[in-house]
Each structure stands twice: as C-alpha cells, then as structure tokens.
Design a protein around this ligand. Structure first.
Ligand code: 2P0
Length: 320
C-alpha cells in the first residue's frame, strides 16, 4: 500500500526568528505565512527489516544528511510507541536548504506520512504540533492559504491554524532563485545567534502589533499594507542578524541588487515588495497584472536566473 503525502512550503510574511524552547521548538513570537502552490515535498514511508533509510530525490542520503530526519522519527516513534525501522522517500519540488522553506514542507509531509502510515488519528491542530517538533515553520504548512502560528506557552498551545484557507486576494510571489546552493548558516543556528543583537528585544516586542496589522491587511484585502509590512518585518529580521555579536548575514551582493531593482520598479509605479528568508534569495510580492513585467525586468538584470511564479497553495494533501 502506497501512502504518499504532499506538503507545500510556506513563506512567512511575519517571521519566526527566535526560540523560547529549542527542544520543543517553541517560538518567542507568533508568525503568519502564505502557503505556496509551486513548491512542495512528497513523502512516503515503508517498513524495512534492515536499517532506517532516507532517500531524497531518489538518492540514498548518508548518515549526516539523514540525522535530523532520523532523530525526528525517533521522537515520533517514542511518542506513539512504534518500533519499526523505516524507509523514508521524499521528493523535494523545491531547492533544499536554500532559504526557500524546504524544511517547512519536508517536516510537514513527514509528520503527516508517519501518522498516515500507522493510521494514527490526529486532527490538524495535533498534526501541526507534531510538524512543529520537526521544524518550526513546518507547523504552518499543514494549512493552505494564509496560516497563523500562535506562539503559545507550551507544546499543547503552540500550533498553527488557517486564517483564510482559500484567499481571494490578488497576491503573487515571484521566487527569484539567485543562488540555490545549500546555505552555510542553518535557520536553527541563525535564529539562536541573532539573540545576541541589541535589537532582539525590540524585535520580539513588535510582534503583537505587526501580527494585528498583518491580519487587518489580509481581512481588508489590502495588498499595499500587506506588502509594506512584510518587507519591514523581513528587514527587521535581517537587521538583527547584521547587529548580532558576532554579526552575520544571509545577504549576497545579488540580494542587494535585487532590492535596488524592486525600489526602482516601485519608483516607476510598478507596485511590488520583497521578503527574504534564511538565504540570499528574494521573494517578490506583487499582483497578477504586474507579475510578467517584474519577471522580465529581473531576467534582464540577472542572466539566466530561475524565477518561479507562485500563488496560494493547499494544506496537507493525501495522494493515495
Ligand atoms: C519563517 N524561517 O518564519 C522563518 C523566517 C526562516 C526565516 O522558519 O530551527 O527551518 O527548524 O525551527 O523552521 C526557518 O526556520 O527552523 C524559518 P527550525 P525553521 O519561515
């Protein structure tokens, strides 16, 4: 019996960047994301009499690359009293670990595939909590459209839910893949190091206000308010990285060139905004009528750059 589960990646418009409890992956702030149709992970699970195995894109992964997946599986096995050795097969339709949110779809798909394989009956809230233990952002990928991860106080109260599952908003995200090599500083490490910034405390304090403003923008279908706030929030996150002790940044020269192009497009009356995650790649937020022109302008400046046009994607999907 085949039990493949598909989870789409999500991009945070209000970002998660700081943990209260690293072991349980409890965040210091709530976050809000958009689930994308264009990027996803398919995962299936089989039993084996041999050792645990992890295949990514049809390639068996070595011990180092499998470690995080296996330790997450151990956690699930302990929790649900399962003792089999397993073969995990995942296909990533998204560049891996390049700041394009591959861990959000990877761990959401893995949590759901595990529950499906063992016929463990969980509701979406519980599934979101389980996915969170694999990777924080994964808890939001259980849901489509706009999702909110409420920070909560504990394992029980920290989970995501759908704000709007099938939004009517005219919102497109162009993922400009400037560099899809695996990043050097993992998100887990980056958000830990960022806590040494003198701006870390103000960053946490602004979260309530920014969440309220973003929810209001979404409820009003106000693209301008959403775009401006998403850009501000991303820049706040990158500002605390730049002011950490010692400082670090995910930006590359091309990231800044892309920011300048977006400013220029805005000056020309083509409305667009950006958000950037734990990597050098930029995601442009725009409306359908402008997406073609923006794409062409990026292609002109960045030779042979891959650009993926994404809009709202669904939550967890069971393929068979
Ligand atoms: C987010 N990111 O809200 C933020 C913004 C990247 C930048 O969540 O340590 O892979 O596994 O909980 O979820 C990426 O961090 O980190 C992330 P862990 P995760 O989307």
């Amino acid at each position: 019996m085949n039990k493949t589960v598909r989870a789409h990646t999500n991009i945070a418009l209000i970002k998660y960047w700081g943990k209260k409890d690293p072991k349980l992956r409890l965040p210091l702030m709530s976050s809000l994301s958009m689930t994308l149709d264009a990027f996803y992970t398919d995962t299936s699970i089989e039993k084996t009499n041999g050792e645990n195995q992890f295949y990514l894109n049809n390639k068996k992964q070595d011990e180092t690359n499998s470690k995080r997946v296996f330790s997450y599986l151990d956690l699930l096995k302990r929790k649900f009293d399962c003792h089999d050795n397993l073969i995990i097969k995942s296909t990533n339709h998204v560049p891996t670990s390049a700041g394009l949110a591959s861990s959000s779809s990877a761990f959401a798909a893995l949590a759901a595939a595990f529950c499906k394989y063992y016929n463990i009956s969980v509701d979406k809230t519980e599934l979101s909590r389980l996915a969170r233990m694999g990777s924080g952002s994964a808890c939001r990928s259980i849901f489509g459209g706009f999702a909110i991860w409420q920070k909560g106080e504990s394992d029980e109260s920290s989970y995501a839910y759908a704000l709007v599952e099938e939004p009517k908003m005219d919102l497109h995200l162009l993922a400009i893949e400037l560099n899809t090599k695996q990043k050097k500083i993992s998100s887990t490490r980056g958000m830990k190091d960022a806590q040494s910034s003198p701006f870390f405390e103000p960053w946490i304090k602004r979260n309530d206000l920014e969440m309220k403003q973003m929810i209001a923008a979404i409820k009003k279908n106000d693209f301008t308010a959403l775009g401006k706030l998403a850009e501000l929030n991303a820049n706040e996150m990158h500002a605390i990285n730049l002011t950490a002790q010692p400082e670090f940044t995910y930006f590359e020269p091309n990231t800044l060139r892309a920011i300048k192009l977006i400013e220029q497009l805005r000056n020309e009356g083509i409305e667009c905004y950006y958000t950037i995650d734990a990597g050098p790649n930029i995601k442009v937020l725009c409306q359908l009528r402008n997406s073609k022109e923006i794409k062409e302008r990026f292609e002109r400046i960045f030779n042979s750059v891959n650009i993926v046009d994404a809009s709202f994607g669904p939550g967890i999907t069971y393929l068979d």
